[in-house]
Design a protein around this ligand. Structure first.
Ligand SMILES: Nc1ncnc2c1ncn2[C@@H]1O[C@H](COP(=O)(O)OP(=O)(O)OP(=O)(O)O)[C@@H](O)[C@H]1O
Ligand SMILES: [Mg+2]
Length: 386
């Protein structure tokens, strides 16, 4: 009954099957690292054995809130985890300490959630459950089992999802508001103004294109994310892909007075890839270099066999460059150094997020190197198809 109660306490409502070998009285257990101090009884050994294999941090406490046993995960959170030490000395969270005290006196399980700001943002869920061990196990004992479950990854995912919805709606609302405004103007004051109508229709077309692009990019992003763990199987020549993209962006380069220079080996660089996805990668990198590297007059693209099993493509511009604090965030969805400039260029801030996911799917790496005033270079490394 005691073991079963303990297992139920640890497992919540899910079912766990644990095989427990009970040693003869006097034998010492080896399944869990023993706590550093104090006298161990058979029931302590049994508790340590059971909790040692659990992934969450689990601490067994006596009715006075003193530590009886703890597993390896608990030792990472509660330091030092020493048998006999009051929990209040090592876990400085009044809500949890209070819950342990209440559970020890009232005998009813409780759940507490808490947030810590230091050393890092961290959300934790604590389950405090009373258990009773039977007399056969070194005298009747009542314990309190504290389980600490890290909620941080879940909370982060919730935050990312909420941010994403907020950003996507905001990005769509801006062109939509402008479209509605122009429709009203065309229905009202500018009804008979032919010249204004032509101008407004031009702007409306631009806004509609922007919305369509945003939706396309969002769909591409979610498609790539869905198949990120499925590696593409087509054999693709990177040299041909990069040349095709550079040719298609030639008009934009000319418009901006920028010369695109391609340096590549004479033989093909073949990778396993998805042709359209690789086109998107280099389209965005070269498009960025042309859009944000203005004033540099030049964009250099270098394709090399970086090692015997890796190809690398570097797109380098000689524009204003990017300050170091932005570099780690550039591949986040909707992240832009200068939102107004990006919007003015028709950007949605999804390009590099898409690049990162496509490169991940291809088991490659993206490196960004830049400093203010020194241009920027974006390098994609992809494993060669051998
Ligand atoms: N070569 C570059 N030089 C300077 N800044 C850059 C460069 N490439 C990207 N950036 C910065 O990174 C931001 C994110 O780039 P990303 O390609 O993800 O979005 P975008 O170009 O704004 O929009 P989209 O790619 O959807 O058209 C850009 O808004 C810009 O601020
Ligand atoms: Mg871009």
């Amino acid at each position: 009954m005691g073991v079963l109660t303990l297992v139920q306490a640890l497992a919540g409502f899910s079912i766990i099957v644990i095989a427990v070998l009970i040693p003869l009285e006097g034998e010492t257990g080896s399944a869990a690292a023993p706590l550093s101090e104090g006298k161990s009884s058979l029931s302590d050994w049994l508790i340590e054995s059971i909790i040692s294999g659990l992934p969450d941090a689990v601490i067994a406490l006596d009715r006075d809130g003193r530590i009886v046993a703890g597993n390896a995960a608990a030792q990472k959170i509660v330091l030092p985890l020493v048998r006999g030490t009051p929990l209040s000395l090592v876990l400085r969270n009044p809500d949890v300490i209070e819950a342990v005290r209440r559970v020890a006196t009232r005998g009813r399980a409780e759940r507490v959630e808490f947030y810590e700001r230091t050393p890092l943002d961290r959300w934790t869920e604590a389950h405090v459950v009373p258990i009773a061990l039977p007399e056969t196990m070194a005298g009747e004992r009542e314990l309190v089992i504290l389980t600490l479950h890290d909620l941080t990854p879940l909370r982060r995912a919730e935050e990312v999802r909420a941010d994403f919805v907020a950003n996507a709606s905001h990005e769509l609302r801006t062109p939509l508001a402008s479209l509605s405004g122009f429709i009203e103007t065309l229905q009202g004051p500018a009804r008979d103004d032919v010249e204004a109508r032509e101008r407004f229709l031009g702007i409306m077309k631009e806004q509609a294109t922007r919305m369509a692009r945003l939706i396309d990019d969002l769909l591409s992003l979610s498609r790539v994310e869905l198949k990120e763990n499925v590696r593409p199987e087509q054999k693709i020549d990177l040299v041909a892909v990069v040349r095709q993209v550079a040719d298609s962006l030639q008009p934009l380069a000319q418009e901006r007075n920028i010369v695109i220079k391609i340096d590549c080996p004479s033989e093909p660089l073949t990778v396993y890839g998805d042709h359209d996805e690789l086109i998107r990668v280099f389209e965005n990198l070269i498009d960025n270099a042309l859009k944000y590297g203005v004033g540099g007059k030049r964009v250099d693209i270098a394709l090399v066999r970086a090692s015997k099993d890796e190809a690398s493509v570097t797109v380098r511009d000689y524009g204003p460059g990017i300050a170091s604090e932005h570099l780690p965030r550039l591949t986040e969805r909707f992240y832009r150094v200068d939102v107004r400039e990006s919007r003015a260029q028709g950007g949605t801030g999804l390009g590099l997020a898409l690049v990162k996911h496509i490169v991940n799917r291809h088991r490659g790496k993206l490196a960004i190197d830049s400093a203010p005033g020194e241009g920027a270079s974006f390098t994609v490394r992809l494993p060669l198809a051998i």
